[in-house]
Design a protein around this ligand. Structure first.
Ligand SMILES: Nc1nc2c(c(=O)[nH]1)N[C@H]1C(S)=C(S)[C@@H](COP(=O)(O)OP(=O)(O)OC[C@H]3O[C@@H](n4cnc5c(=O)[nH]c(N)nc54)[C@H](O)[C@@H]3O)O[C@H]1N2
Ligand SMILES: Nc1nc2c(c(=O)[nH]1)N[C@H]1C(S)=C(S)[C@@H](COP(=O)(O)OP(=O)(O)OC[C@H]3O[C@@H](n4cnc5c(=O)[nH]c(N)nc54)[C@H](O)[C@@H]3O)O[C@H]1N2
Ligand code: SF4
Ligand SMILES: [Mo]
Length: 726
C-alpha cells in the first residue's frame, strides 16, 4: 500500500490517502492509483474517487475506461456485507457462524450419504493464485471430490491444451509484449484487443509505425480491424480451414524455414502429405472470402523475418478450437517464428488471473504447477507437500459444462461456486438453470447477489480487489502482487479464509492453517516447484521489489523466463510438433429454419456477465442493454428496423435484444455481446457441443433465426404486419 502525502488540502475538502492497486478486470492487469477526496457540496458530503494509471511494464501507465471506473462496483451500495441463507424460500441475513455451520453440515451429511463426488466445486479466473490454489486443495483434501472445474474452461482451454501439445507447455504469451513492435507481420485471429485489452493497442500502433503488416481475422470489422492492413472477414468457425490454406501457400511458395523445421520440430512430412489434398479455392469458399486474400496473408506472414500470431476466443471458443489453434501454430513453426526477438505466439488471456488461475489446480485434471492429477509422480509430489497419502487424492473430474450436466442428471447434489456467475456464462443456460434448481445445496461466494447467487441456498460475501491481498499472473506470464488497500465492507471475508473456515468444520483444519495470503503463496511455491509453471523462485518480497516476475522461475536469485523456447521446447525430445488438422468448419449447420450464424463476444465497457460493470454507473451508462449487430441487407431480409426489439432463436432457446444495423458484419452472421443475463442472455441460444480435446463449448457459432418482436406480437394477435412498410 502506498500512501502519499503529496496532495494538498483544499478549502472544504479532506484528501484521503492515495492508494496503489491493480485493475480487477482483464489480463493486462494495469497498475493504478486511486485517490479519494471527501467533498461537501450543498451540504451533502460525498467521496470523489479518481483512478489514474501507474507506470508498469505491461500497460506502461495506461488505463482503459473499465479500470478507471472499477472502484465504482467495489464501492457500490449493493455489495454483499453479510452472509445470506434461504429460509422460508427467501434469502435472509445470518451470522457467519450459522452460514458456515450450515454449509459444513450439509457437506458432511452428503459425504456420508453420497460420498465426496456428490459435491462439485466451481471456481474462476478472477480469483488470485492463492485462492485458486487453495480451491483445488479444498476440493481434493477437505472434500475429496473429483468434481472441480472453473470458468476458464470456457476461456483458455483450447489454446492452453494446444500450447501444451505443440510446445510442451502453455504460457499465454511465449514472448514479451515488448516483442510486438519488433514484429514485421502480426496475425490477430479472433481477438478484439482494441475493446478487450485496450491498453495494449499502443504496442500494435508502434509495430505499424515500424512497418509491420497487420492481418486481422474476424467476421466483423471491429475497432481492432481498423488497424489491419488486411482484414479476413471469415465465416465463423473456419479459422482452421483458413490456417491450413495459408500454410499450403507458404509451403507451395517456398516460404518455410527449412533449418528451423529440421532442427526444432517433428511431424512436418505428415503435414505436407495432408496439405497436398487441400484445394485453395475450396478452402476460400468455406471461409467465405476470396482465395487471393488468403494468398496475400500467407505471403505477408511467410516472407518476413519476424512475426507473431495472436489468438483469442474467436478462434478458440469453437468445437474445433483446440485444432484451430494448432493449425495456426503450424504457421508459426513452419516459418520458424518463435523463440527469438519479435517472434512468438500469444493466446491473449482473458480474465485478470486467467493465466495463474489455469496453473494451480482448479481444473478437473490438474494439480499445482501444471502437474497432472493422472500422473503418479505428480500426485505423490503434491501429496507430500500437502501431507496426505497420494491414494487419498481423487482422480480427474469433468469440465465445467459437463459438471452442470451431471448436476442436471442428479449425479452432483451440492455445488460450491466461488468467482463465477455460471447461470449467465455457460452455454445453453436453460439447462444450467434447471440444473441449479435441482441441487440440494448451492453455495455462492461473491461480492454481489448475482443471477446465480439469487438461486443459492447460502451466499457468502467476499472482499473485492481493493480489500484482499494476492498475486495475479498477467497475460505475459508475469506474476504481480496486489495488496489490500481498503477495509472490507461489513462482514465480507477473503475467499481463502472462507475455505479455511469450512475446512476446519470438516475436521480438515490442520491442512488449512494459514495466517494470510502470503502464507498460502509460500506453500504454492513448494507445490509448484519443479512443475512446468514453477513459482518457487518468486516471493512476496521479490514481487514488491521487482514489481513482477515471469514464470517459470525456479530460483529466488534468478530472473524468470521472459521469452520461452529460445533453445528448446518443453516436450521430451525438446522439439515442437506439427499437427495434421482436419477441419472443414466448426459452425453449426444452417438450415431453412435456422439460416443465420450467431456469434458473440464483448464490448469495451462491460466485463463478462456484467456482474461488476453493470453495477458501475459510468460503465453501465455507456451500454445499458444488450443488442444484436446485424448487416443492413440481412436486416432488410428479415424485416428488421434499426433499434427495435428482436427475438433470436436457436434449437436451445430464445432471447430478446435491440437491433443495431451495421455494415461491419458479414451478411450471414449476427453478433450479440455476452454481458447480460435473463431474457437478454445470448447463452439462452448458444450450443453446448464440446470440443473433443479440451471440452470447450462451441460458443462462437449457433444456427439461429431472427424476427422483430413486433411481428411476433402481431402474429400472435392473428393479423399480418404490412411488410411493404420496410
Ligand atoms: N471489454 C472487455 N474486455 C475483456 C472482457 C470483457 O468481457 N469485456 N473479457 C476478458 C476475457 S475473460 C476474455 S476471454 C477476453 C476475450 O477477448 P476476445 O477473444 O478478443 O473477445 P471476444 O469479443 O469474445 O471475441 C473476439 C472476436 O472474435 C470474433 N469472432 C467471432 N467468431 C469468430 C470466428 O469464428 N473466427 C474468428 N477469427 N473470430 C471470430 C468476434 O467478432 C470478436 O470480435 O477479453 C477480456 N477482456
Ligand atoms: N456466449 C458466450 N459466453 C461466454 C463467453 C463468450 O465469449 N460468449 N466467454 C466465456 C469466458 S471467456 C469467460 S472467462 C466466462 C466468464 O464467466 P463468469 O465467470 O461467469 O463471469 P464473471 O462475470 O467474471 O463472473 C465472476 C463472478 O465472480 C465475482 N467475483 C469477482 N472477483 C471475485 C473474487 O475475487 N472472489 C469471488 N468469490 N468472486 C469474485 C463477480 O462479482 C462475478 O459475479 O464466460 C464465458 N461465457
Ligand atoms: S480492463 Fe484491462 S486494459 Fe482496462 S484498465 Fe483493466 S486491466 Fe487495463
Ligand atoms: Mo475469458
Amino acid at each position: 500500500m502506498c500512501q502519499s502525502g503529496e496532495n494538498k488540502l483544499k478549502v472544504g475538502q479532506y484528501v484521503a490517502p492515495l492508494v496503489e492497486t491493480q485493475c480487477p478486470f482483464c489480463s493486462v492487469q494495469c497498475k493504478m492509483t486511486i485517490s479519494t477526496e471527501t467533498e461537501a457540496l450543498a451540504g451533502i458530503v460525498r467521496t470523489v474517487y479518481k483512478a489514474e494509471g501507474k507506470p508498469n511494464a505491461a500497460s506502461q501507465g495506461r488505463l482503459c475506461i473499465k479500470g478507471m471506473n472499477a472502484h465504482q462496483h467495489a464501492t457500490h451500495p449493493g455489495r454483499l456485507t453479510q452472509p445470506l441463507m434461504r429460509k422460508g424460500g427467501r434469502l435472509v441475513p445470518v451470522p457467519w457462524e450459522e452460514a458456515l455451520d450450515a454449509v459444513a453440515s450439509s457437506f458432511s451429511s452428503l459425504l456420508s450419504t453420497q460420498g465426496p463426488d456428490g459435491i462439485g466445486i466451481y471456481g474462476g479466473g478472477s480469483l488470485s493464485n492463492e485462492t485458486a490454489y487453495l480451491l483445488g486443495k479444498f476440493a481434493r483434501v477437505a472434500i475429496g471430490t473429483r468434481y472441480i472445474d472453473y470458468n476458464g474452461r470456457f476461456c483458455m482451454s483450447a489454446a492452453a491444451s494446444a500450447g501444451s501439445k505443440v510446445f510442451g507447455v502453455d504460457r499465454g504469451l511465449t514472448c514479451r509484449l515488448a516483442d510486438i513492435p519488433l514484429a514485421r507481420c502480426i496475425v490477430l485471429a479472433g481477438t478484439n484487443i482494441a475493446e478487450c485489452q485496450p491498453t495494449l493497442m499502443p504496442y500494435f500502433h508502434q509495430a505499424k509505425e515500424n512497418g509491420a503488416f497487420i492481418i486481422v481475422i474476424d467476421p466483423r470489422a471491429t475497432p481492432t480491424a481498423a488497424i489491419a492492413d488486411l482484414h479476413l472477414q471469415i465465416r465463423p468457425g473456419t479459422d482452421a480451414v483458413l490456417a491450413n490454406a495459408m500454410l499450403k501457400v507458404i509451403v507451395d511458395e517456398g516460404l518455410v524455414n527449412e533449418e528451423f523445421i529440421r532442427k526444432r520440430t517433428n511431424g512436418y512430412d505428415q503435414l505436407l502429405t495432408h496439405l497436398n489434398e487441400l484445394d485453395l479455392n475450396e478452402a476460400a469458399a468455406l471461409c467465405g472470402i476470396e482465395a487471393d486474400m488468403i494468398q496475400q496473408a500467407a505471403r505477408a506472414f511467410g516472407s518476413v523475418e519476424t512475426g507473431i500470431v495472436f489468438t483469442a476466443r474467436g478462434v478458440e471458443q469453437q468445437i474445433d478450437g483446440h485444432m484451430a489453434v494448432r493449425a495456426l501454430l503450424n504457421l508459426v513453426l513452419a516459418t520458424g517464428k518463435i523463440g527469438r526477438e519479435g517472434c512468438g505466439y500469444g493466446a491473449i488471456t482473458g480474465q485478470g488471473n486467467g493465466q495463474g488461475g489455469r496453473e494451480h489446480g482448479q481444473k478437473a485434471d490438474q494439480l499445482p504447477g501444471y502437474r497432472s492429477i493422472e500422473n503418479e509422480e505428480d500426485r505423490a509430489y503434491v501429496a507430500s507437500v500437502w501431507g496426505v497419502d497420494p491414494s487419498s487424492l481423487p482422480g480427474k473430474g469433468v469440465s465445467a459444462y459437463e459438471m452442470m450436466e451431471l448436476v442436471h442428471q442428479g449425479g452432483i447434489q451440492a455445488l460450491f461456486v466461488m468467482g463465477s456467475n455460471p447461470i449467465v456464462s455457460n452455454p445453453n443456460v436453460r439447462l444450467v438453470e434447471d440444473a441449479l434448481k435441482k441441487l440440494d445445496l448451492l453455495v455462492v461466494a461473491d461480492m454481489f447477489l448475482t443471477e446465480t447467487a439469487r438461486l443459492a441456498d447460502v451466499v457468502l460475501p467476499v472482499t473485492s480487489y481493493l480489500e484482499n491481498t494476492g498475486t495475479m499472473t498477467n497475460l505475459e506470464g508475469r506474476v504481480l502482487l496486489r495488496e489490500a488497500v481498503r477495509l472490507a465492507p461489513g462482514e465480507a471475508r477473503d475467499d481463502w479464509s472462507i475455505l479455511c473456515q469450512i475446512a476446519a468444520r470438516l475436521n480438515k483444519g490442520g491442512y488449512f492453517a494459514y495466517k494470510d495470503a502470503e502464507d498460502i503463496f509460500e506453500e504454492l511455491r513448494f507445490a509448484s516447484r519443479g512443475g512446468l509453471a514453477d513459482y518457487y523462485g518468486i516471493t512476496y518480497d521479490r514481487l514488491r521489489r521487482e514489481e513482477g516476475v515471469y514464470w517459470p522461475c525456479p530460483a529466488t536469485d534468478k530472473a524468470g523466463m521472459d521469452m520461452m523456447f529460445r533453445e528448446s521446447f518443453a516436450l521430451s525430445d525438446r522439439r515442437a510438433v506439427f499437427t495434421v488438422v482436419e477441419s472443414w468448419g466448426a459452425g453449426e449447420e444452417l438450415s431453412e429454419e435456422y439460416p443465420l450464424t450467431l456469434t458473440n463476444g464483448r464490448v469495451l465497457t462491460h466485463y463478462l456477465t456484467g456482474a461488476q460493470t453493470r453495477r458501475s454507473p459510468s460503465l453501465a451508462a455507456r451500454e445499458i442493454e444488450n443488442y444484436v449487430e446485424i448487416h443492413p441487407r440481412t436486416a432488410r431480409r428479415w424485416y428488421i428496423r434499426d433499434g427495435e426489439w428482436v427475438e433470436i432463436t436457436s434449437q436451445r432457446g430464445s432471447f430478446t435484444v435491440r437491433s443495431r444495423i451495421r455494415p461491419n458484419i458479414r451478411e450471414d452472421t449476427i453478433f450479440v455481446p455476452m454481458h447480460w443475463g435473463g431474457a437478454q442472455n445470448v447463452n439462452q441460444a448458444t450450443r453446448p457441443d464440446l470440443d473433443p480435446f479440451c471440452r470447450m463449448p462451441g460458443f462462437k457459432t449457433a444456427a439461429v433465426h431472427i424476427r422483430p418482436l413486433r411481428l411476433a406480437v402481431s402474429a400472435n394477435r392473428g393479423h399480418n404486419e404490412e411488410w411493404s412498410q420496410f
